[in-house]
Each structure stands twice: as C-alpha cells, then as structure tokens.
Write a protein that binds this ligand. Structure first.
Ligand code: RNT
Ligand code: ZN
Length: 423
C-alpha cells in the first residue's frame, strides 16, 4: 500500500482474499452466489423450547428435552414470529421457517386429527410478506394419545388418529408450498420406542410402515411438497428399542421413493452423518439434513463451526449434491438467549457451507487421482487458514446482515427491550 493510504477497507480486504482464493483455483464470486441461492430452514421450536401454542400448560414429551430456563421464551404466535424476524435479520442468506403442527394459529383448541390449512394461514401470510419459505412437520409427540407410541401402536384407534393427523398435515404442507411459491418439505418423525427391548421387534415396525403407507397414499403435487422420514437411535424412555431406526427408514424411503432425514444427533456416538451422505446419495435422489450438535447424547446443543458440521458440508459440496440435500437445523437450547442460539447455529451452519464452497475441490480431486496424497493433505490443511472470514463478512454485507463482531450487541438490545419483559 502507498504511504498516503492510511486505512485498508473491507472492500480492499475482499479483493485481496478473492485473489488469494483465485490463486488456488477457487472462484469466490461463484461460491458466494451458490451460498446465496441455498436456503437454510430455521426450526421455529428453538424460540419456545418446543412447547407450541396448543395450550398454555403444554409439556414436551416424546423423549426429547429442552433444558434450561433462561428468560424470554416466546409464548404466542406473535412473539415467536417477532423473535424469528429478529434472528433472521442477523442471518445472511435465504431463510425458510420450519413449523410443527402445535405452532398453529387458532382461536381455540383444535384436535390434531382435525387440522386444516386455515390454522396455518397466518403463517403463510407472514412468510409470503417476508419472502421466507416454509417447511412442515407432523407432530406425534407431546400429546396424551401418543404416550405409548403413535404410528406403531398396537391400538388401532390410536394409529387411526395419527394417520388422520399425517394425512391432514401433508395437505397443509402442499398449501404452504403453494402459498410461498417454494416447495415445502414435510418431515415425519415418530418418537415411538421402548425402555426395554420387546420380544416382538418386528410387529411395531410393520405397523409403522403400514401407517406411513396410509399417510403418504394421497398423491400431492411434488413441486409443492415432499415427504421425508427421520430415523433415530434412541430417546429418553426409548433407550432400548426404536422401531423407526436408521435401517428401517433407509429401507422405507428407498422403497417408497421419498426423502430420508439425517439428524446429526440420531446415531451412535462414534457414527457421523457426514460419513453416510454419499453412500445414500448413490441411491436416493434427495436427502434432508437436521444439523444439530449431540453432546454425549441427542442433546440438541447449538450448532458450532465444528469438524463434523464442516465435514457434512464438505461432503455435500464435494459430491456436487447441494441441489439434492436440503439443509435444516434442529436443536433447542433453553439455557441461553434463544434468539442468540438461533443466530449462532445458523451462522455456523452457513459458515461451514461457505468454507466447503471455498475448497479447491477440482484441484484436490486431481491430486488424489494422481496419487499425490501428501499434496492433497497439505492443501486441505492450508485451506483452514486462508482468509475465509473476509469472504464471510462480504456475504453478510451483501445480505444486509451484521458482521460477526456486531450482531451480539443487537441481541442484547432486543433482550433488554423485548425479551426480559416477558414474565
Ligand atoms: C427428535 C427429532 C425431531 C425433533 C423435532 C422437534 O429427536 O430430531 O426432528 O427434534 O421435530
Ligand atoms: Zn431432528
């Protein structure tokens, strides 16, 4: 720099960073464009500890837990939307909002087997106004009729209730897709499972498959909605046996031609989702990710920019599968400011994706093909200290979102002015 230029601007830094990446064969502008085209589905349930608005004395059941009692939990549809708007304003890139059925907007109680599109109309209005997409979920947990299971129950009446719920949810998903002009993914996770291994491990699985077949029978517009099923290893109270295991849903999704949801917390502690992606992509057109952080169990901690989150995104990008893998988040931390929890996890998820998009994947693959293992390993490691943060700052700027050092101040202000008043 010349003597007279006293200050290096962010634009200078970005130009320099782009040159550094170009030297490695990476097109920064193309990476930013790709990142800006990729929606991230924001789980609405981080804002209120998964309680929803069905009743004011709701309890979270189904073997999942939001631990902590930090003040400021959203208690109404309006509060939750306000918090989501605040969080999304601090997260660069296009957003979808992921709803469960107990986030309905209705004047009085509605049975889960009587849900209609009108109960989600105001969500659709809100999303359309802001340009958000919407995703949806059947909700089998936190309900008196599913304490001993739902779709796999031996009780025909209970299964019937939840089958009707599932059918109605799919129509709502189609409606949400139509309203927003963006395909709505509907995820099906049933918490069914047992504390002890039963003698009959087959029967519940056969019933689960038959129930799901009933639910997905109606042909709906695939441009507007798509089904995905989420497997799980265990939950609280279902430590020994979960009918909807990975093998079960892998087989189910493959044979029914629907999507499979991989939640980062739903496997044995040394098993990772990143290692499963390309194996599944050989056979499945599309996958759905629940990005999460399991600490010793499926604890749903806030997502970090950690090795596994980075590796997940690297696998997706290296396989050129960004168009086939939908990215959603799934965690719920009630021990810290909930808006900050959203922002931290979402920014980290996006950062991991940007880091993957900035990898010189063509060059690395060529080195590998030529047997240059040392070269590929060195390049991967050196990539870690390239000026990634400068490119991230640019992405934030382009999307009108605050840069890293700035957004927490805005969360603190929101906490003082809005959240602490919710007593
Ligand atoms: C539970 C599953 C499921 C839920 C949400 C609320 O272990 O991960 O996706 O977390 O649907
Ligand atoms: Zn999940």
């Amino acid at each position: 720099m010349s003597q007279s230029s006293t200050k290096w601007t962010a634009a200078d830094a970005f130009e320099w960073a782009s040159e550094v990446y170009a030297g490695e064969g990476v097109d920064v502008a193309a990476a930013l464009e790709r990142l800006g085209e990729t929606p991230l589905s924001m789980h609405c349930w981080q804002g209120d500890d998964v309680l929803g608005f069905e009743s004011s004395d709701a309890k979270l059941t189904g073997g999942i837990q939001a631990t902590g009692s930090y003040p400021g939990r959203a208690r109404s549809v309006d509060e939750l939307r306000g918090d989501l708007d605040k969080a999304i304003s601090m997260i660069p890139g296009p957003a979808k909002v992921n709803l469960h059925t107990h986030y309905l907007d209705a004047p009085g109680p509605v049975s889960r087997d009587a849900l209609e599109t009108k109960h989600f109309e105001s969500w659709a209005d809100w999303a359309v106004e802001r340009g958000y997409g919407l995703d949806f979920n059947t909700t089998f947990f936190s309900h008196p009729l599913s304490e001993a299971g739902s779709l796999s129950s031996a009780d025909e009446g209970i299964r019937g209730f939840w089958i009707e719920h599932g059918k109605r949810c799919r129509r709502i998903a189609e409606y949400l897709g139509r309203r927003t002009g963006q395909r709505c993914l509907i995820n099906h996770w049933a918490h069914d499972g047992l504390k002890e291994t039963p003698i009959d491990t087959l029967g519940p699985r056969e019933r689960l498959a038959a129930s799901l077949d009933e639910i997905i029978k109606e042909a709906l517009d695939p441009k507007l909605m798509r089904d995905s099923v989420e497997s799980k290893l265990f939950g609280i109270g279902s430590e020994a046996y979960v009918p909807g295991s990975h093998e079960f849903y892998m087989g189910y999704a493959l044979t029914r031609g629907i999507m499979l949801t991989l939640d980062a917390g739903h496997f044995h502690p040394t098993e990772v989702v990143s290692a499963k992606l390309t194996a599944l992509l050989c056979f499945m057109p599309e996958l759905l990710l629940h990005v999460s952080r399991p600490v010793r169990w499926d604890s749903d901690h806030v997502v970090l920019l950690d090795d596994e989150t980075r590796q997940i995104m690297l696998e997706v990008v290296r396989a050129d599968a960004l168009g086939r893998v939908a990215i959603a988040m799934d965690y719920f931390d009630a021990s810290i400011n909930r808006v900050a929890a959203w922002v931290i996890g979402a920014r980290n998820t996006r950062k991991a994706l940007l880091a993957a998009l900035l990898e010189p994947v063509g060059r690395l693959k060529a080195m590998e093909a030529e047997g240059d293992g040392a070269g590929a390993l060195a390049a991967r490691q050196e990539g870690l200290t390239m000026p990634f943060g400068v490119v991230w700052d640019r992405f934030c700027e382009v999307w009108g979102a605050p840069v890293d050092r700035k957004w927490i101040g805005e969360v603190r202000r929101y906490e003082r002015e809005v959240l602490v008043k919710r007593q």
